[in-house]
Design a protein around this ligand. Structure first.
Ligand SMILES: [Zn+2]
Length: 260
């Protein structure tokens, strides 16, 4: 459901870029388009559930160990997103505009406490902070991408600006990570803005998600509640910020951002 919402909120060019990345993204893009074309909500829901099952079968067929058909697995969610977004390597590659070299370090996907301790001060933050935002983590990651061969005034940017970016957060990582509603990240064409779109929560061996639709409304989705229909939570400017971190006893584990 989170992916469906991401796709629906994407621009036409972003949808196209995504749909030609792999056979799976092509399959999903076709299904999402055809779900949208249904006239009634019931037809949409039925087709959505059929598509989910077919998609899970496809994943299991590709790799039964990474994508077990039954049971839950945290790795699987991350792997699915990684397969689908396909930006884990290419999309996160950074380069230095000043010396025209690719930077070997990739933009960090997981937030790593050592990274923060080592580079926060150079970025202008306190290494001892207890709480930071994903935007601050991103700037620290960018600083970390500079190696000793790049002087500090060199400009490190994304080679390609991916449609979607996702960040895993872990409760044990210090400083504790709060989501930013929007993110600014550098590319060779200036700063690109990203907006928070989907949150995946995990807890008690169960995954749920919330997502923001194109009317800036936050919805919650749990396949085991409300017959699998999303539940309206609030307008994004009136939400409880804490709902973005913990919802119904489950903790946010992945934040997905969409390029504007
Ligand atoms: Zn350089």
């Amino acid at each position: 459901m989170g992916l469906y919402s991401l796709y629906n909120n994407a621009t036409d060019s972003c949808r196209l870029e995504w749909s030609i990345q792999s056979a799976l993204t092509h399959f999903l893009a076709e299904n999402f388009d055809s779900i949208q074309a249904n006239s009634t909500k019931t037809l949409k829901n039925n087709q959505f559930n059929d598509s989910c099952n077919t998609f899970r079968n496809k994943l299991t067929y590709i790799d039964p160990i990474k994508f077990p058909r039954f049971g839950t697995c945290l790795v699987a969610i991350d792997e699915i997103i990684s397969v689908l977004c396909n930006d884990n390597i290419i999309g996160r590659q950074m380069k230095c505009l000043s010396c025209e070299k690719n930077v070997s370090n990739l933009f960090q996907k997981s937030l790593n406490p050592h990274l923060w301790t080592k580079h926060a001060e150079d970025t202008g933050y306190l290494p001892s902070l207890d709480i930071t935002t994903i935007q601050e983590w991103s700037f620290v990651s960018l600083t970390a991408c500079k190696t000793t061969i790049h002087p500090s005034d060199h400009q490190i940017v994304f080679c390609q600006v991916p449609c979607w970016l996702w960040f895993e957060v872990w409760p044990q990582v210090k400083p504790k990570t709060l989501p930013s509603i929007s993110l600014d990240l550098p590319s060779s064409n200036g700063y690109f803005q990203y907006e928070l779109n989907t949150i995946i929560y995990h807890g008690m061996n169960h995954f749920t998600c919330s997502f923001i639709d194109d009317n800036k409304h936050l919805w919650f989705h749990d396949r085991q509640q409300n017959q699998g229909n999303p539940i309206f939570l609030n307008k994004i400017d009136q939400i409880q910020f804490s709902d973005l971190i913990e919802f119904e006893g489950q903790f946010a584990n992945i934040y997905i951002y969409q390029r504007l």
